[in-house]
Design a protein around this ligand. Sequence first.
Ligand SMILES: Cc1cc2nc3c(=O)[nH]c(=O)nc-3n(C[C@H](O)[C@H](O)[C@H](O)COP(=O)(O)O)c2cc1C
Ligand SMILES: Nc1ncnc2c1ncn2[C@@H]1O[C@H](COP(=O)(O)OP(=O)(O)O)[C@@H](O)[C@H]1O
Length: 317
Amino acid sequence: MEVIRIHHPLDPRKIPADPVVLAMGFFDGVHLGHQAVINRAKVLAQKRGVKLAVLTYDHHPALVYRALTNDDRKYLSPEPRKLRQLERLGVDRVFWVNYTGEFAAQTPQEFVDHYLVPFHTVVAVAGFDHTYGPKDVATMARLPEYAQGRFDVETVPAETLANGKVSSSRIRAALTAGDIDLVNQLLGYTYRTTGLVVHGEARGRTIGYPTANVLVPENQWIPGIGVYTARLKVGAIWYPGMVSVGRNVTFGDNRPITVEMNLLDFHGNLYGESVAVEWHHRLRGEVKFADAAGLVAQLNQDEAETRAYFAQVARHE
Ligand SMILES: Cc1cc2nc3c(=O)[nH]c(=O)nc-3n(C[C@H](O)[C@H](O)[C@H](O)COP(=O)(O)O)c2cc1C
Ligand SMILES: Nc1ncnc2c1ncn2[C@@H]1O[C@H](COP(=O)(O)OP(=O)(O)O)[C@@H](O)[C@H]1O
């Protein structure tokens, strides 16, 4: 997959000469709705015998329009992950556009003339609610007007699942609420984050449940406070286990939120490992126990549920 990085104004010499079917979108999470758009574009590309391209952006467009919020820094799929996901969907070429004020200031007609046409687009494909400028004029319904017969336009209807539209904002809300099961259903794959294993307070080993403390980069969304079954990737190996997102409330007040994972049947040293966490299934919320013994009794039960969960996953694999 070829990635072409673009800063406004577009230098047409950067663009290969062959025609493409172009799927457009921000695609944060590359969820089932995004997959429907890209898969539709793929079918059209195959029909026409041309390459499948994607137009997407380097950061949230919102940061051009208003003051940055903490949420604006976070992504369901940060750059390397989004690129890997697009590649897996069979995308041949990505136009990775730096979303700037100058880029955003174009009229819809300029955007079409200066981007979609120079990309050698034969069909532009996007979701029904995709916009490429002010939302009253830069709609999919009006795109054929700006295309002026130079390419076709294909609009993909909303993908709905579990009583609603599949959308990045719905997924972020479910994630924050700790509803990882819904998140995974809407994504169409199991949600992942990355991080670095650092030291905690060395208490875990004393209660029989050592936990790898995973420091997650600021640009990733993590599930809300709670306890989940998960797998941790160390090197090339995935280890099943249970992970807690919480403030360790049993051991004091106002502590920071940490991500701590206990691996089943694992003995070894994980400090300094760059890991991935694959978030599977919610077990419960965080509880403040009277003492460490209360926590340990609960951890025994969590462990039994985690073993049962992964035994069932293994049966379905
Ligand atoms: C599966 C799991 C569930 C946990 N649940 C809770 C909980 O409900 N309440 C709590 O105070 N701490 C909970 N913890 C966090 C423990 O308090 C923490 O792992 C322990 O204090 C070790 O901390 P350390 O890594 O800083 O040594 C949980 C940890 C794991 C791995
Ligand atoms: N089964 C296991 N699950 C998680 N970490 C383990 C396991 N076995 C050994 N470890 C190691 O123990 C460390 C966690 O021990 P712990 O006492 O909780 O210390 P800390 O508070 O520094 O995290 C992990 O970072 C890892 O290096």
